[in-house]
Design a binder for this molecule. Structure first.
Ligand SMILES: Cc1ncc(COP(=O)(O)O)c(C=O)c1O
Length: 389
């Protein structure tokens, strides 16, 4: 299953009602995550990368326990950005060797905890200063994050490869890197992550090329580098030239890359298309003259934080589910608003939908990435129930 549509949304919701997961009389909003859609992306990762690749899916993109458990059962790893995410990974049954820890603010206590309790974990140091916090006999697989300092098509808010980025040691500090790792614990890998929402993978390939070159120099200087973590951030499409197979073909042609085990950290690519939210339309009220009527949903800026609070062009396809009477209704324009008590809680200023009435159901599609994992507690509303189905 590549993408969701109105029919899939309707069938999924109906199934949940029939199975007693959802009581239609009590429904405000409910989120469904479709296992079949997730498997489609996991198959694509496993088919296109070398078999020994560790795909550490970013927990920050979707942190639902059943989803994490499924990823682990499918042989994936998990990328954790905090100690709390490490705990989620462990609760999902992920062995330490398949966890990648990438927090930029690891404390001495966290590092010691991993050293004592979770040997074998991949841990990427964010800076040369951080490297000094590790014991010489560190029990994990220690990597160093490199900032490749390359422009990509990531939106500015997600671009972590700028010269001022807080992430990684700038590649241009090559001499400092070679010097800075000399007396510390041995490095077994290098890491980069350029940003999110990147479609054109050409700059990313160039960055990996530079990482391979640096790995060679570090190996020559006695560091046992055996893996390269190439991060996440690419959002592969279904059409050439930016399909996953186009990327891996070019990636595996990079001179010198073959001996290294690859690690990836995809988030949005894995999760985006696999989930949908169904919300009851609580009210429809008239708008001012010549402006759309208002339709009130039970999810807004609390679930769709990035869409509502930023000017990113995020679009969740929105469909009205068929009513009991199954009659087709004429289309009308609506201002689709959320449940929170502030003016900006608007999902769409104007969207065309079949005429809505109180109690109708509306589904927002492709909501699997950076939604529930970013839930905002504004107005203290309870997150919608989530079903992995
Ligand atoms: C270090 C790291 N890896 C992976 C990801 C996942 O990125 P994406 O969901 O764009 O693939 C992020 C996102 O912020 C990240 O910071």
């Amino acid at each position: 299953m590549k993408t969701l549509n109105r029919a899939i949304a309707q069938q999924t919701h109906q199934r949940a009602v029939e199975e007693g997961l959802v009581d239609p009389g009590e429904l405000k909003a409910v989120m469904y995550y479709l296992r079949e859609a997730l498997n489609y992306r996991l198959d694509a990762l496993q088919k296109n990368f070398p078999a020994k690749t560790l795909h550490a899916v970013a927990i920050k993109t979707n942190n639902q326990p059943e989803v994490l458990r499924h990823l682990v059962q499918r042989g994936m790893g998990l990328e954790a950005a905090s100690l709390e995410e490490i705990e989620l990974a462990i609760a999902a049954g992920c062995p330490a060797e398949r966890i990648v820890f990438d927090s930029p603010v690891k404390t001495p206590a966290e590092i010691n905890y991993i050293h004592r309790e979770l040997p074998g974990m991949q841990v990427n140091a964010n800076s040369l200063a951080e490297l000094q916090r590790y014991p010489l006999d560190f029990s994990g697989q220690l990597g160093l994050r490199i900032n490749p300092e390359r422009r990509s098509d990531a939106p500015a808010i997600f671009d972590v490869s700028t010269t001022q980025s807080k992430f990684g040691v700038p590649l241009s500090r090559r001499d400092a890197i070679l010097e800075g790792v000399k007396n510390g614990p041995k490095l077994s890998g290098l890491h980069l992550h350029m940003g999110s929402d990147m479609h054109d993978f050409t700059p990313h390939l160039k960055a990996v090329e530079a990482l391979v070159e640096l790995a060679g120099a570090l190996k020559a200087a006695g560091q046992p580098i055996s893996w390269l973590d190439i991060g996440g951030g690419l959002f592969f499409g279904e059409e050439p030239p930016y399909r996953i197979e186009d990327f891996t073909r070019a990636l595996l042609r990079i001179p010198g890359i073959a001996p290294y085990r690859l690690i990836t950290e995809y988030g949005k690519y894995v999760h985006h298309h696999n989930s949908l939210v169904v919300s009851r339309v609580e009210y429809v009220t008239p708008g001012p003259p010549d402006a759309p009527d208002l339709a009130y949903l039970h999810v807004g800026a609390d679930l769709f934080v990035r869409k509502v609070y930023s000017d990113l062009p995020i679009h969740y396809p929105c469909v009205a589910l068929p009513r009991q009477d199954k009659k087709e209704r004429p289309e009308k324009s609506y201002r689709l608003v959320g449940p929170l008590c502030f003016a900006g809680d608007v999902l769409y200023e104007e969207i065309k939908l079949p005429e809505l009435r109180e109690g109708d159901l509306v589904a927002l599609l492709h909501t699997g990435a950076n939604t529930m994992s970013m839930w905002s507690g504004h107005c203290s509303r309870t997150p919608p129930p989530h079903f992995f189905i």
